[in-house]
Design a protein around this ligand. Structure first.
Ligand code: GLA
Length: 403
């Protein structure tokens, strides 16, 4: 009884949100209170992963300042598993991970970072390795024993399975396994997980896979359907409109991992991609080889002011408040009542983009300080409206803070 009272007192002291006050600080409900940040092997390395690579990424997280900037999870995607043994235990690919997964997780933890892994709700992963179907509890127990902190759970080879039921099954298995594991649902938005995912996963993919390009891939929708499995970041951005209300602390829309630094994206495009993902309160999972990143790419990924917009504790996803064809304005409400605003130029020419205070919910007479997040410069006080010249395929990202 005495212990029970103590536990309640400790919980109350540690929690700021009354609705979660009686859960332990690292319980399932308290995970991912801001969008998860980290690195995932898929976008660059596909199935060619191994323990040396993952260890060197962890080293780089510390050395290059990623850890200090808030990046935390190092996630190995598809390709670490190879088979099941006679008892049904998942078998790790020994050639790629000779020291085993536990040793890798221990190494990552020793750097003060967290470790994530990948599986699939079907009987095979998308890469053709064993999936978790029928082995959910056994796999979850194994992950917990290895020290896994994050599970990305894919949707290949699922046939007629129900997505809510399949994801709930693994969520329950993880909970039963007794280790707090962030649960990332990767069913590509196929059955609108934003409608049912809260309380099952901490994040859910909203689209098919991203590619490192401006607007490649087919797409029709609304609702002449068509759409392709691989699409560029502006097409993914368009598919986020209307999903704003479904995101919040502990339950995020996931427009897929970052392609900043990959493919032929230009410096302005990289900046636009990163700014918009910060605005969307998207999980910031790096998808590049951070060991080879140029200083320009590092500067983008390590911009702490842009990251602060993404990690704002209120957890609001940005809304597109103006759409003049190629010229767009996105606004994100921050916890102190200020706004982050992105002026986005999708055209091939430099352009002036403006917005009015009324469009971001402020009265016209209000005096607000504007700070440019990429120039890292205070631009001074403004009232009523703000206009900036924006580079082709570029952004201007600002905060607007009432005096
Ligand atoms: C799917 C997912 C990707 C990646 C691959 C791995 O395509 O959407 O993010 O995990 O599977 O095979």
């Amino acid at each position: 009884m005495k212990n029970c009272v103590m536990l309640v007192i400790i919980s109350v002291l540690l929690c700021s949100n009354i609705s979660i006050c009686f859960a332990a600080p690292d319980s399932w409900e308290n995970l991912a209170q801001t969008p998860p940040m980290g690195w995932n092997s898929w976008n660059t390395f596909r199935l060619k992963i191994n323990e040396e690579l993952v260890r060197s990424i962890a080293d780089m997280f510390v050395k290059q300042g990623f850890k200090d900037a808030g990046y935390e999870y190092i996630v190995i995607d598809d390709g670490w598993q190879i088979d099941r043994d006679a008892q049904g235990n998942i078998v790790v690919n020994q050639e790629k991970f000779p020291s085993g997964i536990k040793a890798l997780a221990d190494y990552i933890h020793s750097k003060g970072l967290k470790f994530g892994i990948y599986s699939d709700a079907g009987y095979k992963t998308c890469g053709g390795f064993p999936g978790s179907r029928g082995y959910e509890y056994q796999d979850a127990r194994q992950y917990a024993a290895w020290g896994v902190d994050y599970l990305k759970y894919d949707w290949c080879y699922t046939g007629k399975q129900s997505a809510p039921d399949s994801y709930k099954l693994m969520r329950n298995a993880l909970e039963k396994a007794g280790r707090p594991i962030v649960f990332s649902m990767c069913e590509w938005g196929s059955s609108k997980p934003w409608l049912w995912g809260k309380g099952i996963g901490h994040l859910w993919r909203t689209t098919f896979d991203i590619r490192p390009c401006w607007d490649c891939g087919k797409m029709t929708l609304s609702n002449g359907v068509q759409i392709e499995n691989f699409i560029g970041f502006t097409k993914i951005l368009d598919l986020q409109v209307g999903l704003e209300t479904y995101a919040g602390p502990g339950h995020w829309n996931d427009p897929d991992m970052l392609e900043v630094g990959n493919g032929k994206l230009t410096a302005d495009e990289n900046k636009a991609h990163f700014s918009l993902w910060c605005m969307l309160a998207a999980p910031l999972m790096l998808g590049n080889d951070i060991r080879q990143a140029s200083p320009e790419v590092l500067e983008i990924l390590l911009n702490v002011e842009a990251i602060a917009v993404n990690q704002d504790p209120l957890g609001k996803q940005a809304v597109k408040i103006r759409d003049d064809g190629d010229l767009e304005v996105w606004s994100k409400v921050l916890h102190d009542g200020s706004r982050a605003v992105v002026l986005f130029n999708r055209s091939g020419n430099e352009a002036n983009i403006s917005f009015q205070w009324t469009e971001i919910g402020y009265p016209t007479h209000l005096i607000a300080q504007i700070r440019d997040i990429w120039q890292k410069k205070d631009l001074g006080p403004f009232t009523k409206t703000f206009t900036a010249k924006v580079a082709p395929h570029g952004v201007v990202m600002i905060t607007v803070t009432p005096e």
